[in-house]
Design a protein around this ligand. Sequence first.
Ligand code: 1CP
Length: 354
Amino acid sequence: MAQLQNDVFLRALLRQPTPYTPIWIMRQAGRYLPEYNKTRSQAGSFLSLCKNPDLATEVTLQPLARFNLDAAILFSDILTIPDAMGLGLYFADGEGPKFERPLREEKQIQLLSAIEPEDQLKYVTDAVRSIKSALADRLPLIGFSGSPFTLACYMIEGKGGTDFHRVKKMAYERPDLFNKILQVTSASVIAYLNAQISAGADAVMIFDTWGGSLTSKAFKQFSQNNLTQICSSLTREVDGTVIPRVVFTKGGGQWLESLAETGADALGLDWSTDIATARSRVGDRVGLQGNMDPAILLTNPDVIQKEVGEILMGFGEGSGHVFNLGHGVSQFTPPENVLALVEAVHDQSPRYHR
Ligand code: 1CP
């Protein structure tokens, strides 16, 4: 692997010294950027963007051309895995993701089998190779997947934004069946992330977006165990360079100590947890990535600079912090506020790294 020109992000994840705090933004390529909307309308749909490696490369690079970000993230979606399993992903206009064939019958579940990434999801690994080549070792590229629990939520409910009653009913009433879904999905996630690493991803992130909807006991049983299994099965090094892993459980602030035991190098934090408290709880076991409320980006540069100052001061001196939002950037964010955010983090953070 060639030396990256900017590896501050990778070093921060591994809690190695850096000259400043690196920043990238969840959903940095997306609907708040006019150039993204243009490419998306030319492509016809979000899914055709994901499935075309040239267009996925183009939109991955769009935020990097505007902002001095410290990492690129593969343009794709977590729902590519259930789509490859045959559930039929589609996006109805103005609505979130949906599945034509959600998992409702026991027979369907018994027939599920793990995906072969270089076969069914070759458009993703092709996109990783294409983005790596376009980046020309300027910045690291983040690969990603959903967690098995979060993917199971979409696979069973058939859509997002629900109360998870179908999922929880199955988990509590038929844990055997629910575990079958989790096992097949975990095997798929492991193969998928390792394929992204082989294709050139420099770090990987697992989005456990709905883990926080569970009770503490159910979280251990139905999400954390799989996160640990995945981390222990991921490729650790490529040509002597460590591939860091980030685990992000939204709403998981109460479980940081146990999440630090999953094998993650860093934990994503949503905005509901104070970052100073989070750091004192995890100590030097893991790095932290986060955790500005995305709603701050709807305000103005003065408010943004002040908030950045508070989060940097909250984390305090030393390495191990990657600045990010606590969740994805809103589509109503003015791009100039993202510019102000990135500049504020780069201007204000060197004093914490002397
Ligand atoms: O153009 C459009 O209308 C599509 C909007 C969109 C985008 C830009 C979707 C649909 N997905 C994406 C890209 C995406 N999704 C990325 C790209 C990389 C980047 O950060 O620039 C990533 C990392 C994701 C991951 C993802 N998809 C998650 C996990 C992160 C999170 O936000 O919690 C989840 C839950 C999804 C499902 C999904 N896909 C799209 C939407 C609107 C949703 C959420 C639906 C819901 O609320 O349940």
